[in-house]
Design a protein around this ligand. Structure first.
Ligand code: AMP
Ligand code: TRP
Length: 353
């Protein structure tokens, strides 16, 4: 019989350490991560094993990867994740993720993975040449979450499909091993929870500053398309002022933004950074030209993002301290993960001697 406690509310989320984190990562995910610390037990992961699913040219190489892991850790902390309340660690330090991912590789179906739009986007035209790791990426993501039997996952819009897959995997595991799960003492047969995506706020999908039809992303070649958390005040201000817009004045209500993706994006960013809504922003700026709105947005972005970059730089000045924080987080994560992966092995019949 398993000694695991019943499922209780727990938050898990992660980001890949490839390149600098940007405003989309901040507004789509980090802001929510910080908020949830006050109401939930939270575990935040730097998913380094996911980072190596793409070509080496994308993540750079070992030295770049180590630096990027430390940079992501610093970004989580500078944005407000508090290691006294929450766990921060890097994925590869807790072997249970890889172990559970293997079991899930045997649960998930080819057909399910074939439908994943992110694989199609990242693999591009040359699918034969994509790594097998990129194809089973969503299984590892499901393992990240379910290693802790987490119930809530704060992410941006683009991760919705992956989280649906995580629920399908949890459900199929619970079904396939129903009798064994009950025999382990989980009377209702629910070993893994069906995790809920937490996709909220006015900026769950921040768009490129150069093209309102594309997501802000680290892979976009133009630096002007995104605000990095490490940008200084001049860079932030310059990028906002040069953001693409249309020639019209701002409308006084959100429905006036329909068909104006660039305007909609900038209003959404303003609302998210100031903690209000697009309605409230347009109450203040309805009728104004971008010549007036952009400087106000630039000032707000400098005020909110500037200090995060400064704090990241301070933290990165002491890499040994960052490594110590990750080591401590990994030890805490391992403690939660150990009884879960042991019970999975017992349920499946992978003999523990
Ligand atoms: P990634 O950089 O792909 O590892 O994403 C890390 C987190 O940031 C995930 O929760 C994503 O959904 C979120 N995210 C990435 N880009 C954006 C964006 N442009 N808008 C909103 N959220 C985003
Ligand atoms: N796939 C996510 C992204 O690219 C990162 C990720 C990996 C993640 N494992 C996760 C997010 C677990 C939430 C929960 O953004």
């Amino acid at each position: 019989m398993s000694k695991l406690p019943a499922i209780s509310p727990r938050v898990f989320s992660g980001m890949q350490p490839t390149g600098a984190l940007h405003l989309g990562n901040y507004l789509g995910a980090l802001v929510q991560w910080v908020k949830m610390q006050d109401t939930h037990e939270c575990i935040y992961c730097v998913v380094d094993m996911h980072a190596i699913t793409q070509a080496r040219s994308v993540w750079g190489g070992p030295e770049e990867l180590r630096n990027a892991i430390r940079m992501s850790t610093a970004a989580y902390m500078a944005a407000g994740v508090d290691t006294k309340k929450s766990i921060i660690f890097n994925q590869s330090q807790v072997a249970a993720h890889a172990e559970l991912a293997w079991v899930f590789n045997c649960i998930a179906r080819m057909g399910w993975l074939n439908r994943m739009t992110q694989f199609k986007e990242k693999a591009g035209k040359d699918r034969e040449n994509a790594s097998t790791g990129l194809f089973i990426y969503p299984n590892l993501m499901a393992a990240d979450i379910l290693t802790y039997r987490a119930t809530h996952v704060p992410v941006g819009e683009d991760q919705k499909q992956h989280l649906e897959l995580a629920r399908d995997i949890a459900q199929k595991f619970n079904n396939d091993f129903h009798d064994e799960i009950v025999a382990e003492g989980f009377a209702d047969g629910d070993f893994f929870p069906l995790c809920e995506p937490v996709i909220t706020g006015p900026a769950t999908r921040v768009m490129s500053l150069r093209d309102g039809s594309r997501k802000m992303s680290k892979s976009e070649p133009s630096e002007m398309s995104r605000i990095n958390l490490t940008d200084d005040a001049d860079a932030i201000s310059n990028k906002v002022r040069k953001a693409r817009t249309d020639p019209d004045a701002l409308p006084s209500e959100p429905k006036g933004l329909e068909g104006r993706p660039e305007a909609q994006n900038l209003v959404g960013i303003y609302a998210a950074l100031s903690g209000t809504t697009p309605e409230a922003v347009l109450k203040d700026f309805g009728g104004a030209q971008f010549g007036k709105f952009k400087p106000a947005l630039a000032d707000l972005a400098v005020e909110k993002i500037g200090p995060i970059g400064a704090e990241m730089n301070r933290l990165l000045g002491d890499p040994a301290e960052i490594d110590r924080i990750l080591a401590d987080g990994s030890a805490r994560a391992r403690e939660i993960a150990a009884p879960v992966i042991d019970t999975v092995k017992d349920i499946v019949g992978l003999l523990r001697t």
